[in-house]
Design a protein around this ligand. Sequence first.
Ligand SMILES: O=C(O)C(=O)C[C@]1(C(=O)O)C=C[C@@H](O)C=C1
Length: 364
Amino acid sequence: MQTIEQLRSEIDGINRELLTLLNRRAALAADIGRIKSLEGKSQSHYDPVREDQQLRELEKLNGGPFSHATVKKIFTEIFRASLDLEESNDKKQLLVSRKVKPGDTVLSIGNVRVGGEVPQVLVAGPCSIESEEQMDATAAFLSARGVKILRGGAYKPRTSPYGFQGMGVDGLVLGSSVAKSYGMQFITEVMDTRDVEIVAEHADILQVGARNMHNFALLREVGRTRKPVLIKRGLSATIEEWLYAAEYVLSEGNSHVILCERGIRTYEKWTRNTLDLSAVALAKQETHLPVIVDVTHAAGRRDLLIPLARAALAVGADGIHVEVHPNPATALSDNEQQLNFAGFEAFNAAIEPLLRRAPQEVSV
Ligand SMILES: O=C(O)C(=O)C[C@]1(C(=O)O)C=C[C@@H](O)C=C1
C-alpha cells in the first residue's frame, strides 16, 4: 500500500504533465484562432460542432472512474479557456488586416497612385534589363500608352546558376535613369539583404520576388526602408504565409506594401503556374493593401494573358503586371512569355474597357 505522501507526489507529477499538455493544447487552439481570424469566416471563434465531436470521442474513450458528466464539465471548461485565449489574441490584430485599418491603403509613388478607388495601374517592362537601347525603346513605347510603372530585373533569380544573372548595379542605374527620363516609376527586384540599400537608392518600388517571399531577413530589411515594397506570393505559399510576409514589412514600420499574386505551383502543366484569383479576392477582403496580378508568370504563355488580366480586374485587382520586350525572341530570360509591342497593344486594348477611370475622365 502506498503512503499518502507517495500518492501525492505521483499526483504532483501528473499535475506537471497536465499543465504541459494543457498549455500545448492552448498553443494549438491559439494557432487555430489565428487562422480563423485571417480567414475572417466569422466574427466568433466558437464552434459547437467541433466541441460536440470532441465530447463524443471522449465519452467513447472514458474508462472512469470519472463519469462522462464530469469529463464533459472539465473539457467544457477547457474549451471556454481556449476560446477566451483565441479571442483575446484576436484583439492583437495583424497590421495588414482590415480589422486594424478598415479603409484601403492608397500608395502615392511619384505621379502614380495604387490601391483603393484610383484607376488600376499597369506595371510593364522586360523581364531583365539587358541594354540601354532595349530599356529606352520599351519605356518610350509604354509611357506613350499611359503605363506609369516600368519594371526590369537587374538581379535575376534564375533556376540555373549558369543562366543570365542580370546586370546588377549597372542595370539599376540604367533602369532608373530611363524611367526618370520618361516620367515613369521604376520597380526592380532585390534578392539579398546586402543589396537593399543600393537598390533602394535607384528604385522607386522594391520587389520581393516569389522565391524570396519566405526570406524573413530580407522582408525585415525592406521593412526598414520607407520605399514601397511589392511582395510576390511564393511559389507554394498559402495565402496566410503571403499575408504574414507583408506583416513582416509592416511590423518594421513600412506600410507601403503592394501584394502581388503570380500563380502558384500545382499539378497543372499546361500553364507555368495556376493563377489563384480567390487569393486576390481574399487579400482584398481581409487586408487594406493594394493587390496586383502578375499574369505573365501565372500563365507562362502569351495566349492567356488577356483573359487572365480581364478576370483579375473583374475580381478586384488594383493593377496588372505584364512583361514586355522589344524583341522577346532575343530576350536573355523568359522569352516564351514576354509580349512584343504589337502584343502589348492588343493586350492594352482588350483590358482597357475594364479599367476604372480617373474621376475627371468620367463623361456625364
Ligand atoms: O477547433 C477549433 O475550432 C478551436 O477553436 C479549438 C476549440 C478547442 O479548444 O478544442 C476551442 C473553441 C471552439 O469552440 C472549438 C474548439
